[in-house]
Design a protein around this ligand. Sequence first.
Ligand code: HEC
Ligand code: HEC
Length: 358
Amino acid sequence: MGATVRWVRKRAPNASLRLMSQMKWALMILAAAAVVGCTKKDTPTPAAEEAAAVEEEKQAVAAVELIEPLPESVDVNMDKVLLGRSLFHDTALSGDGTVACVTCHMLDHGGAEPRKTSTGIRGQVGPINSPTVLNAGFNFVQFWDGRAKDLQEQAAGPVENPIEMGAKWDEVVERLRKNAEYVATFAKLYKDGITKDSVTDAIAEYEKSLITPSRFDQFLRGDETAITDAEKSGYATFKEVGCAACHIGVGAGGNMFQKMGLVNDYFADRGTPVTEADLGRFNVTKKAADKYFFKVPTLRNVELTSPYLHDGSRATLEETVQVMGKYQLGKDLTDAQVNGIVTFLKSLTGELPTHANP
Ligand code: HEC
Ligand code: HEC
């Protein structure tokens, strides 16, 4: 059993707890809005006083922790996790037996892929960059455009996606039923044995267990020595300039949809035509107001997941942070700010549980 994962029976999600956590987000977002300068004082004060007040507010907000520590363990059924691990790595889930989940979600590449956009069966190139599966259980919805409500619903998608794995669930279930080891393991864990539901449930259980606590979590829990002064200062900059208005919570992302190009037009400047995938959340809701909205991605392990953004257009973290400053905040960040933030982001690189790899 992995060191960081307890084997505990699944609990039903608790609605009132969820509501409380949503209220907490609302408060955090208000706090973050104060950083970005969305709150204005209505009584004018002399310049010096004003500056002092701004400085005080900045410090107060810098002291608020908008990122929450990852739990040290999650409740999972370890037998299902290990079964899910086999399935995640198994090319039997693809139409021509060449592609597995791990092909595009490489654990040694931060749970993402080193390509601009995904390549599926028969070398077909997909429209969008693959996000990480690590800590994905904390996302409020799955996919860039949020079209799946949870990990299990998500896992059903790639198998039948013609570009990704290009299979049919009936075929996949048939194929897995010919494997005696799977038959025996599923029979022990699921009353209906091998079905689309049990396969996706086991994969989701495995993904839920892929949490990657880092030094930064120790810092958030009060160990001041867990990160360096340079990382602390980079985190302060991250909060001051307003990154934490969107990259918030346990994942430093994964809690809301936001427009790519909130302040400046990212797509007009990108130099390549707008694609269907660029429309983001609009593809799900068909509401004009949702065009270019994406789930804010987690920043955990972002050091490892190049290239960046939904279009995979940026190779380095420095460039990506610069893009964020310009298009999401309307700020030309200095090199010192960018480097500080990147230094901080690297402290979010965590450790995979020992059971993650087969
Ligand atoms: C051919 C490459 C490819 C394969 C194979 C693949 N994925 Fe993905 N995965 C992607 C891409 C690309 C996305 C983003 C698609 C989108 O948002 O429209 C994605 C999204 C996801 C997400 C959502 C993460 C988030 O932050 O929203 C999860 C979870 C995931 N995949 C798990 C899986 C599982 C489980 C399998 C195997 C059953 C799998 N993937 C197979 C490329 C792939
Ligand atoms: C208004 C909300 C918002 C703000 C503010 C914001 N981001 Fe983002 N961030 C996003 C969204 C949305 C994406 C996904 C955009 C895309 O893929 O096209 C993103 C993507 C990223 C990525 C790429 C992650 C990946 O896996 O590809 C990084 C890194 C990042 N942001 C860092 C930052 C930093 C650092 C700041 C502050 C300078 C910042 N962000 C400010 C919303 C925001």
